[in-house]
Design a protein around this ligand. Structure first.
Ligand SMILES: Nc1ncnc2c1ncn2[C@@H]1O[C@H](COP(=O)(O)OP(=O)(O)OP(=O)(O)O)[C@@H](O)[C@H]1O
Length: 315
C-alpha cells in the first residue's frame, strides 16, 4: 500500500516560503514543499507553473530570491548534499559518442559510494546495451540510460523530470516498478510529469502548482475527490451553453466529436439530455479522473488569481 499523504518526521528536502523572480517574472510565489523519506511526490502543474524552477532550486542550480531551500538539512550547493542527490532532467545532455558502460563508469566516479555498475544495468534494464554508443540508442533506451545515471551515486533523493517521455508501454511500466522499488527502500522521489496516469499510479502524494503557488496537495484519491461529481461522455447535438445550464453541471468540455460533462447528479442530467436529444449516442458515465481534478483545480485557480493556496504545509 502506498503511504498516506500526511507524512511527518524530518524532511529529506524542503522549500520553505520560496519566492523566485526572474526580473519582473515571478516563477515561484511563497511556495513551500516538503519531501519525506520513502515518498514519491508528483509535482503537477500547467506549463510555466514553476515546477522546473522548484527542482532547479532543490538541485542548487539557482538560488531563491526569498525563502529557504534545504536538502538533507543542508544548503543544496553543499557537496555533502549534492552527492546524495540524483537527477534525470529533460535538459540532461551526455556525449553521444560514449558507450553506455563508459557513461555509467564516468558517473559512478563522481560519487563517494556509487552503486555497482551491474546494479545500474539491472535497475535501468540496460542488459545487452552496455557496449552501444549513446547516440545509437532509441529515445526510450536513452531515457533508461539517463535513469540509470541518476542512480549511479546511490542517491537518497531522486529528481525525475518527465522520466518516461518517449518510452513504450512496457518500458514505462518497468520504470514505474523501479521507481516504486526506490521508494520502498526509503529513497525520496520527486517526479514531474504531464502523464497524469503516471502520477496516479506512482505518487504517494501529488502537489499541484499553478502560477508559482501550491494550490492543492494530497493522495491521488484525495485530489480526485476534490472534483465531486462524475463524467458523462456522449455525442450530442445539444449546445454547450444549454448543458452548462442544467442542474449540478460543473463543467462542459468538447473532446473531438464528443462532449464531456461533469455533474454532481449525472442521472438527472442524462435524463434531460436524452429527452432533448433523442439522437444522443455513445453514452458513458464514469467517475472523475485525476485529469478532471487537475483541469478543474487549475482552471478555478486561473479564474481566481487571488485564491488562497490550499496546501497544508508541514512545519
Ligand atoms: N531563466 C529564466 N528567465 C526568465 N524567466 C524564466 C526562466 N526560467 C523560467 N522562467 C519563467 O518562470 C515561470 C516558471 O517556469 P518553469 O520552467 O519553472 O515552469 P514549469 O512548470 O516547469 O513549466 P513546463 O511545464 O512548461 O516545463 C515561467 O513563466 C517561465 O517563463
Amino acid at each position: 500500500m502506498r503511504p498516506s499523504a500526511a507524512p511527518h518526521g524530518t524532511p529529506a528536502a524542503r522549500l520553505h516560503a520560496v519566492t523566485k523572480r526572474y526580473g519582473q517574472n515571478t516563477a515561484l510565489d511563497g511556495l513551500s514543499l516538503h519531501l519525506y523519506p520513502g515518498e514519491v511526490v508528483a509535482l503537477l502543474g500547467p506549463n510555466g507553473a514553476g515546477k522546473t524552477t522548484a527542482v532547479r532550486l532543490l538541485l542548487g542550480l539557482i538560488s531563491p530570491t526569498a525563502g529557504s531551500v534545504r536538502v538533507m538539512g543542508r544548503d543544496p550547493r553543499d557537496s555533502d548534499a549534492r552527492t546524495r542527490i540524483g537527477a534525470m532532467l529533460q535538459v540532461t545532455r551526455v556525449p553521444e559518442m560514449l558507450r553506455v558502460r563508459e557513461h555509467i563508469d564516468l558517473f559512478r566516479s563522481y560519487y563517494p559510494h556509487p552503486l555497482p555498475a551491474a546494479e545500474i544495468v539491472r535497475i535501468a534494464k540496460l542488459e545487452g546495451l552496455e557496449e552501444r554508443m549513446f547516440g545509437r540508442l532509441s529515445g526510450g533506451q536513452k531515457q533508461r540510460v539517463l535513469f540509470g545515471l541518476a542512480l549511479c551515486g546511490n542517491p537518497d533523493l531522486v529528481f525525475l523530470d518527465e522520466p518516461t517521455v518517449g518510452m513504450d508501454i512496457e518500458s514505462r511500466r518497468s520504470l514505474w516498478d523501479e521507481i516504486r522499488a526506490l521508494s520502498a527502500s526509503g529513497k525520496t522521489v520527486l517526479l514531474t510529469t504531464h502523464y497524469l496516469e503516471e502520477a496516479d499510479m506512482l505518487a504517494s502524494r501529488i502537489v499541484v502548482v499553478n502560477k508559482g503557488k501550491v494550490i492543492c496537495e494530497g493522495t491521488p484519491a484525495q485530489i480526485k475527490h476534490r472534483v465531486s461529481g462524475r463524467r458523462i461522455r456522449c455525442v450530442t447535438q445539444l449546445e454547450p451553453g444549454f448543458l452548462r445550464s442544467l442542474p449540478t453541471v460543473a463543467d462542459v468540455q468538447q473532446d473531438r466529436e464528443a462532449v464531456v460533462v461533469t455533474a454532481e447528479h449525472p442521472e438527472s442530467v442524462v435524463r434531460e439530455m436524452l429527452l432533448r436529444d433523442p439522437g444522443l449516442h455513445s453514452l458513458e458515465v464514469s467517475a472523475a479522473a485525476l485529469e478532471d481534478a487537475f483541469l478543474a483545480l487549475t482552471a478555478t485557480d486561473s479564474h481566481q488569481p487571488n485564491a488562497a493556496p490550499q496546501s497544508q504545509p508541514h512545519s
